[in-house]
Design a protein around this ligand. Structure first.
Ligand code: GAL
Length: 653
C-alpha cells in the first residue's frame, strides 16, 4: 500500500543559492517529503539557443535530495523563452479573433506547431538524460496546466493545416464529411479537404458538427503533445512517476485520453478561488467564502482518481489567499487541513502546497505561500506541520476501493453542450456537479468514470446526466451490468455526428428506458416547473413513455417528469436540489443501496476501512450517530467548523 505524504512547490531560481539548504531543512522540519521544481525555468536552463546552464538545477536537486526530500521535476514547456519566440514567431497561439497572443506571461504556444514541438522534445530529452537517473528525482510533471488561460484552441495557420489532415484521416472523403456535418444546410458543402476552415470569424454560429470536430481535434493535439514528452521521460527516467497537473472545472480536452499516457493524474486545488469563479448564488458564496464548496474539490479528487486509474495527487493546494479570483479570501482556520484530509480520504498519494515562499515580485506577488515574502513562516506553515504529524500518527495509506456507485463524466458531452446550450445557463459541468453533490449528501463515496463498459462493470448504480451520445458498447454494458441506471436530461440527444437520432432521443438509450423525447424547452431564471417536492429549473423535456416504460413522477402540468423501465430511469429536466434528492432516493432504493442524509454541511468519505467525516459548516455538529461505537482516530463527536473526524470500521471501542 502507498503511504500518503505532503509536498510543496518550490522555485530555487527565485532565491539565492545560499538559502536553498535552509529552505530544504525547513521543509523537512515541518514534515514535507516531496518538492516540485523547474516547471517554468527554461530561460535559466537555456539562456540563449543551445547555450545550456543545468548546473544550478543539479545543485538545487542535490541540496533537496541531501535533506531527504524527493523531487518532482517539471518540464519547462509552458514558458518558452523570448529568444525561442523570436526564432519561431509563428509558434504563438492565435485567438478566435484571429490575432496572435503575445510573449510576456505564459502558455504562449500553439499545440499544432511542429517546430515548437521539436524544441520541446529537445529540452525534455536534455533534462531527462541529465536528471532521469538522479536518486532524488521521484517523479516528473509534464508542462504545466495544459489549457490554463484559455490556450487549448488555436486558430493559427499550423492549426488549420493539422485540422484538415485530421478531418481527412477521420472521414476519408469530403463527401462523407459533408454528409456527417450536414453541409447541404446553408450551402456549406465543400469540395476538398483544403476548403476546410477553422470555425472562427463566421458571420453567425458555425456548424455545430464542425465545432465539435474542432474540439475533438484540439483535444487530440494536446494528447499528442503530452505523449511525446511522456515517452521521452519514460525512456530516460525509468521507474519514476509521470504525471501532469490538471485544473478544476476545465473541460477543453479529454483528460481520460491524456491520462492514458501518464502513470498518475494530478490536479491543482484552489477551493476559495474556484468558489468565487463558480455560478453559485451570493448567499452560498458568502457562507462558504473561507472554506469553499464542500463538493467541488471532492468531485475533482474522484474525477482525477478515475483519470489516473487509481493513482492521483494534489499537485498544488491553496495554503492561503490567492491572487486571481474576483475576491480572494483568507482560508478559515483549519480549512487547509480540512482540504488536505478530504484529498487523502479520496486516496491522494501526495498533497503538495503551492507554494513555499510567497514571491515578492511579478504576477503572483499577492499569492500566499507557506513562507512570507521575507522568508519567515506564514500562517499556513504551522497548519501544514500539524497535518504532517497527524498523517504520521494515522500511518495514512491509500486504501480506496471500487465504489458500487459511479457517476459518468464525458468530455465530449461537455463540448457538445457548450456548442449548443439552447438555454444560456445550460452547463454540463454544473449539472454533473449537482448530481455529484446530491449523491454525496446521501453519504456515498463515488467513483467518476468515462462512458465505457469497464466503468460500469460490477456497479450497483450508474448515474449519467446529459450524456450526449451513448455508444452501442456502453448501452450493452449498462444492460448487462444489472445496475440501476439514472439518465437524463439530454442523454442520448444526438448521434456522434451531432445530429438528432432518427428514432428520436434518447437514441440508443431507448433500449434502457423505453421513451421518446418529443420536445424540449429551456426555462429562463424563475420560470420553474413544479415536480413532486421540487421543480425543474433551466431545462425540461416533453417525453412520451412507450410500451416498456411508465411515468414514475409527473410535473404539475401533467407531463412525465421521471420515466422508468425496470431499474432504469430517465429524468426529463434539470432538477432542483429537493427534486434531485427525491429522484436519487428512488433510484438508490431500486439499486438496493442504503443511504443516509448528511445534509448541507457534513460530508463523508471512505478510504477503504477508514471513514472520514468533514464539517464544512460554520457551527459545531454532533456526529455521534455517524461515529457509533467506533474509536475516533481524528476529531471529536462534536465536530467543530472545519473539523475532521476519522475512524476505522475494523476498530471499535
Ligand atoms: C496554477 C498554476 C501555478 C500558479 C497557481 C496560482 O494555476 O499552475 O503556476 O499560477 O495557479 O494559484
Amino acid at each position: 500500500m502507498t503511504k500518503q505524504h505532503l509536498g510543496v512547490c518550490y522555485y530555487p531560481e527565485h532565491w539565492t543559492e545560499e538559502r536553498w539548504a535552509q529552505d530544504a531543512a525547513m521543509m523537512r522540519e515541518i514534515g514535507l517529503s516531496y518538492v516540485r521544481v523547474g516547471e517554468f525555468a527554461w530561460s535559466r536552463l537555456e539562456p540563449a539557443p543551445r547555450a545550456y546552464d543545468l548546473g544550478w538545477l543539479r545543485r538545487a536537486i542535490d541540496t533537496l535530495g541531501q535533506a531527504g526530500l524527493k523531487v518532482v521535476l517539471g518540464t519547462p514547456t509552458a514558458t518558452p523563452p523570448k529568444w525561442l519566440v523570436d526564432l519561431l514567431p509563428d509558434m504563438l497561439p492565435v485567438g478566435a479573433d484571429g490575432r496572435p497572443r503575445k510573449f510576456g506571461s505564459r502558455r504562449h504556444y500553439c499545440f499544432s506547431h511542429e517546430g515548437y514541438a521539436r524544441e520541446c522534445e529537445r529540452i525534455v530529452t536534455l533534462l531527462a538524460c541529465e536528471f532521469g537517473a538522479h536518486p532524488a528525482v521521484a517523479a516528473w510533471q509534464t508542462d504545466n496546466e495544459y489549457g490554463c488561460h484559455d490556450t487549448i484552441e488555436s486558430y493559427s495557420p499550423a492549426a488549420v493545416r493539422a485540422f484538415r489532415a485530421w478531418c481527412e484521416r477521420k472521414y476519408g472523403s469530403i463527401a462523407a464529411l459533408n454528409e456527417a456535418w450536414g453541409n447541404v444546410f446553408w450551402s456549406m458543402e465543400l469540395t476538398d479537404f483544403d476548403d476546410i476552415e477553422l470555425p472562427n470569424l463566421t458571420v453567425t454560429t458555425p456548424n455545430p458538427a464542425h465545432l465539435l470536430d474542432f474540439k475533438r481535434f484540439s483535444s487530440d493535439q494536446v494528447v499528442a503533445f503530452n505523449k511525446r514528452q511522456a515517452e521521452i521521460i519514460r525512456r530516460h527516467s525509468p521507474g519514476r512517476t509521470i504525471l501532469h497537473n490538471f485544473m478544476g472545472a476545465f473541460m477543453e480536452f479529454d483528460h481520460f485520453d491524456l491520462s492514458a499516457d501518464l502513470d498518475a493524474a494530478a490536479w491543482d486545488s484552489y477551493p476559495l478561488g474556484f468558489l468565487e469563479r463558480s455560478p453559485h448564488d451570493e448567499a452560498f458564496k458568502l457562507k462558504h467564502r473561507r472554506v469553499g464548496d464542500p463538493d467541488f474539490q471532492a468531485f475533482h479528487h474522484d474525477l482525477y482518481r478515475g483519470c489516473g486509474r487509481g493513482r492521483w495527487w494534489v499537485m498544488e493546494q491553496q495554503p492561503g489567499a490567492v491572487n486571481w479570483a474576483p475576491w480572494n479570501a483568507a482560508p478559515a482556520p483549519g480549512a487547509v487541513r480540512l482540504w488536505s484530509f478530504e484529498a487523502f480520504a479520496a486516496g491522494a498519494e501526495i498533497v503538495s502546497f503551492f507554494r513555499w515562499w510567497q514571491a515578492p515580485f511579478a504576477q503572483e506577488q499577492m499569492h500566499e505561500g507557506l513562507l512570507l515574502p521575507n522568508g519567515e513562516p506564514g500562517p499556513a506553515h504551522r497548519e501544514v506541520a500539524g497535518i504532517a504529524r497527524e498523517l504520521e500518527k494515522l500511518n495514512a495509506q491509500v486504501e480506496t476501493q471500487r465504489s458500487p456507485v459511479v457517476l459518468i463524466f464525458d468530455y465530449e458531452s461537455a463540448w457538445a453542450w457548450s456548442i449548443e446550450r439552447q438555454g444560456q445557463d445550460f452547463c454540463y459541468f454544473d449539472l454533473v456537479l449537482e448530481f455529484y453533490a446530491g449523491l454525496r449528501r446521501m453519504g456515498f463515496s463515488l467513483d467518476i468514470a468515462p462512458p465505457t463498459a469497464e466503468a460500469v462493470r460490477g456497479r450497483k448504480l450508474v448515474v449519467a446526466p446529459a450524456l450526449f451520445c451513448a455508444s452501442a458498447d456502453f448501452v450493452e454494458a449498462l444492460q448487462e451490468s444489472g445496475a440501476a441506471v439514472l439518465l437524463g436530461p439530454r442523454s442520448g440527444a444526438k448521434t456522434t455526428d451531432f445530429q438528432i437520432p432518427p428514432q428520436l432521443p434518447p437514441g440508443a438509450l431507448q433500449r434502457l428506458v423505453d421513451i421518446e423525447v418529443r420536445g424540449v424547452e429551456s426555462l429562463r431564471p424563475n420560470a420553474e416547473v413544479e415536480v413532486a417536492n421540487g421543480c425543474f429549473k433551466g431545462w425540461r423535456e416533453f417525453i412520451a413513455p412507450r410500451a416498456g416504460a411508465a411515468a414514475e413522477l409527473r410535473s404539475v402540468d401533467g407531463e412525465t417528469a421521471l420515466a422508468r423501465s425496470g431499474k432504469a430511469f430517465y429524468l426529463a429536466g434539470r432538477p432542483s436540489k429537493e427534486l434531485l434528492a427525491t429522484v436519487l432516493r428512488l433510484v438508490a432504493e431500486s439499486a438496493d443501496l442504503a443511504s443516509i442524509d448528511v445534509g448541507d454541511d457534513i460530508r463523508i468519505r471512505d478510504n477503504g476501512p477508514v471513514r472520514y467525516i468533514f464539517n464544512y459548516g460554520s457551527q459545531p455538529v454532533d456526529v455521534s450517530n455517524a461515529v457509533g461505537d467506533n474509536r475516533l482516530l481524528l476529531g471529536e463527536k462534536i465536530l467543530p467548523p472545519c473539523g475532521v473526524g476519522a475512524f476505522r470500521f475494523d476498530e471499535r471501542l
